[in-house]
Design a protein around this ligand. Structure first.
Ligand code: GAP
Length: 442
């Protein structure tokens, strides 16, 4: 675990700087609901865009979809979620607190009231969030918010195959919200009832699954390196058969050392032909693939690398966080908090900081900020001392601060400060865009 970071510090920083707020805050909040603020939405969007670029846009064997969130309820019967997407629930008979039976010691006292031997027998609790579609609220109108984005990739497989004319092996990707009525949400954005997933269903010949599993597992590590996650804080867990999801023949959980312990970040599963075959059975439609060269007809098997967006954001924040002793621009020594985001993920790329609020500096700095904002996300800040402004930008992980001073009026140059090294360079305004473009490419 990174030594500097605690969850209390991170949650406070996220709130004060506008990354992540408690949801419905002015109503006293809503348990385990979080809103992404102005910086959080930039960070999250950067994560999703980079993921899409790495796994969809830059690969000829991948296509994407964006499917409806509420699907035909029969989908969830065929997929096995209605019958088996459950967690074991126990309740304390004294205080009625509820727990996941697999996450507590049932012989120990209740964590809330301290009574011993008061737990009910574990009962299966279905995690799907139910709703009603249309004006009638009866059994015929029941529908579910999707508990995973994956099913749409299986249900749409025939139409994607037909329209995109891809050949196996190929994959379908989707980014979107998923919902689970978790018994014990918690740990900030780690486990919530509403979250986002980035998922890939990669369709392969049944004989090819092991090779493809290894290849995708390796690519997941390349992604984590891109996100700045340190290798020694990431761990594989081979999930034993009795703990695997109902559809999986092999699952590796990729765990990360969060400040609250080592927990699942991502997963990769071999889903066999479970989903395509079950949807074929349930609909009476043939869902197969015919190899155009060998004419072999078969049901493709599936490798599924799955990534939680919110857990990625949390791991990126944890990895980026550092504290160090530094001398401020005003000559004092203090603790510098820096979010060392990879530049591609940083919510704000450049801060323009005129040394004073005087009109002659604003007249130079504002048009400069507007010009750069056409290419990068820019912050413009002209209040407080320059030292305080640098610290604020360090705390939100801005890679470059640009100071416009009175000399700039004469030499038509500005000072560029690097977040990580705190080195400053004087750059001509005319050459600034080229200079920054090279920096962001490196
Ligand atoms: N389609 C497979 C699937 O959904 P999963 O392991 O249940 O597998 C995939 O979920 C990923 O979604 C997890 O590795 C995690 O990153 C994220 N995730 C799952 N439940 C979550 C929750 N309650 N809150 C936030 N993220 C969650």
């Amino acid at each position: 675990m990174p030594s500097d970071i605690t969850m209390d510090k991170l949650v406070a920083l996220c709130k004060s700087r506008g990354f992540i707020f408690p949801g419905s805050d002015i109503y006293g909040g809503m348990a385990n609901s979080w809103d992404y603020g102005p910086l959080g939405v930039e960070l999250k969007n950067n994560v999703k865009q980079a993921w899409w670029k790495m796994f969809v846009q830059s690969r000829l064997d991948m296509v994407g979809i964006d499917a409806a969130l509420v699907m035909n309820p029969k989908v969830w019967e065929a997929s096995g979620h209605v019958a088996t997407f459950t967690d074991p629930l126990v309740e304390c008979k004294q205080c009625h607190e509820r727990y996941r039976a697999d996450q507590i010691d049932l012989a120990a006292p209740c964590q809330k009231c301290g009574n011993k031997g008061t737990f009910t027998e574990p009962a299966s609790f279905n995690l799907m969030l139910k709703t009603f579609i249309g004006p009638k609220e009866d059994a015929t109108a029941v529908a579910y918010f999707r508990p995973e984005t994956a099913q749409a990739m299986f249900v749409d497989f025939p139409l994607v195959l037909q329209s995109s004319r891809k050949r196996v092996p190929f994959g379908i990707a989707q980014i979107g919200k998923a919902f689970r009525n978790e018994i014990t949400p918690g740990n900030f954005i780690f486990r919530t009832r509403e979250f986002e997933q980035m998922e890939i269903e990669y369709f392969v010949h049944p004989s090819d699954w092991e090779v493809q599993f290894e290849a995708w597992h390796k690519r997941m590590y390349e992604w984590m390196a891109f996100c700045g996650l340190k290798k020694d804080q990431v761990h594989d867990l081979e999930v034993p058969a009795e703990e695997r999801a109902h559809y999986s023949k092999r699952t590796v959980d990729i765990e990360y050392d969060f400040p609250f312990g080592r927990k699942e970040l991502y997963g990769i599963a071999y889903r066999t032909d479970f989903d395509l075959s079950n949807h074929a059975k349930a609909t009476g439609k043939e869902i197969t693939y015919t190899d155009p060269i060998t004419n072999e007809k078969y049901v493709p098997h599936v490798i599924e690398p799955t990534f939680g967006v919110d857990r990625t954001v949390l791991a990126v924040l944890v990895s980026a966080y550092s504290e160090e002793q530094a001398t401020t621009a005003d000559g004092e020594t203090d603790t510098r908090i820096v979010l060392r985001f990879p530049k591609a993920l940083a919510p704000i790329k450049i801060a323009i900081l005129p040394l004073s609020k005087k009109d002659e500096l604003s007249d130079l700095a504002r048009p400069l900020a507007e010009r750069l904002a056409k290419k990068w996300r820019v912050d413009y800040d002209e209040t407080q001392s320059i030292g305080k402004r640098y610290r604020r930008q360090d705390e939100i992980g801005t890679p470059y601060c640009i100071t416009v001073d009175f000399e700039s009026l004469e030499d038509k140059a500005v000072t560029v400060r690097d977040r990580d090294t705190m080195q400053q360079e004087r750059i001509k305004i005319d050459a600034l865009e080229e200079y920054l473009a090279a920096k962001f490419e490196s």
